[in-house]
Design a binder for this molecule. Structure first.
Ligand code: AHG
Ligand code: MN
Ligand code: MN
Length: 318
């Protein structure tokens, strides 16, 4: 399919394993999103992880008052090995000036229209292509999970009012980046790894699927914490994941389910985006664990991590 506006980020395409490279299926999934939503009259425009610029609704279709923002395929490096992947979406209101204008006079959507804080999202969610296909959705009144009944071709409400447990003993992080982590993240992970005899006084379990949407779903189902923090691996990338396509929609789902999403320093949904494809450090999941990580970021960096006077349970800590 040829796009009229909104060009693909990496038009060469590839089936390599590298999570950063655009795969053929990323492009196909992007086209499905456009084809299935463009005609319905709800959208003023779209933006996708896979397109450099905003997508304009074709002239023959009515325009609506919402902007659709999406990661068409998250975890796509897993696809060739048949692991769970998914699609993430966020719905924003279009600027008032566009809503009030007759279709013929409406200008095209521009990048600035999409640069809205996550707290303004009107809906967000994801589809998960796992052992069963699920749609998890929030419109700001809790989080609800629907499972595809393939015989009917319908999504049935199977998980109403999903809640993330406030506490957990499970964390998810790409540990191969450990040498690039900032001190608060290193401290948090070290304390988890220290287990029962360590400062946390309990053993932790670890998971890493390299499919953030699948990790988010696991955390929604049984608790946990996910970190893809800002690190020093590549100075041009302040984090691995994208604010508009990944962090904000998953952030809204987590917050609506009683969990928390953060940059490590501030609530994710308070961040004012500065560009369409902005990357950001992301921490989400069980509320008490995310708050602990935020606390570690707020505390002065310890110069001597092994000094028992400054250990987690000592004279100098709560
Ligand atoms: P995408 O497939 O949309 O590019 O996103 C992949 C992301 C995310 O799903 C996952 O958590 C992360 O990349 C995996 O990163 P690593 O390659 O560092 O494990
Ligand atoms: Mn992604
Ligand atoms: Mn993707």
């Amino acid at each position: 399919m040829q796009l009229k506006c909104g060009t693909y980020a990496h038009p060469e395409g590839s089936d390599a394993q590298d999570a950063e490279t655009q795969k053929k299926r990323d492009v196909l999934a992007n086209d499905v999103f456009i084809r299935r939503t463009e005609w319905a009259g709800h959208l003023a425009g779209m933006a996708s992880e896979e397109m450099d610029t905003p997508y304009q609704i074709a002239g023959q279709h009515p325009r609506g008052k919402y902007l659709l923002v999406f990661d068409p395929l998250d975890g796509s490096s897993n696809i060739d090995v048949n692991m769970t992947v998914g699609s993430i979406f966020s719905v924003l209101r279009s600027p008032k000036e566009l809503e009030d204008m007759p279709r013929e006079q409406q200008r095209d959507v521009v990048e600035a229209d999409f640069l809205q804080a996550g707290s303004t999202q009107v809906a967000a969610g994801y589809a998960l292509y796992g052992p069963s296909t699920m749609l998890v959705l929030t419109v700001g009144t809790g989080v609800h999970g629907f499972t595809l009944d393939p015989t009917l071709g319908e999504f049935m409400l199977t998980h109403p009012a999903m809640q993330v447990p406030a506490d957990t003993q499970e964390f998810a992080i790409n540990a191969s980046n450990a040498r690039f982590w900032e001190a608060p993240v290193k401290r948090y992970v070290d304390e988890c790894l220290a287990g029962k005899p360590g400062p946390r006084g309990k053993d932790f379990n670890m998971r890493w699927i390299a499919s953030m949407v699948a990790e988010a779903h696991r955390i929604l189902m049984r608790g946990g914490v996910f970190l893809y923090p800002r690190d020093t691996k590549d100075a041009s990338k302040p984090g691995r994941l994208r604010l508009l396509y990944e962090a904000n929609p998953i952030g809204m789902v987590m917050e609506q389910a009683g969990g928390r999403a953060s940059t490590g320093e501030k609530p994710m949904l308070d961040v004012q985006p500065s560009s369409l494809h902005q990357r950001i450090g992301l921490v989400f999941g069980s509320r008490n664990e995310v708050e602990r990580i935020e606390r570690y970021h707020a505390e002065p960096v310890q110069t001597n991590l092994h000094n028992p006077l400054f250990a987690e349970r000592s004279l100098f800590r709560d």
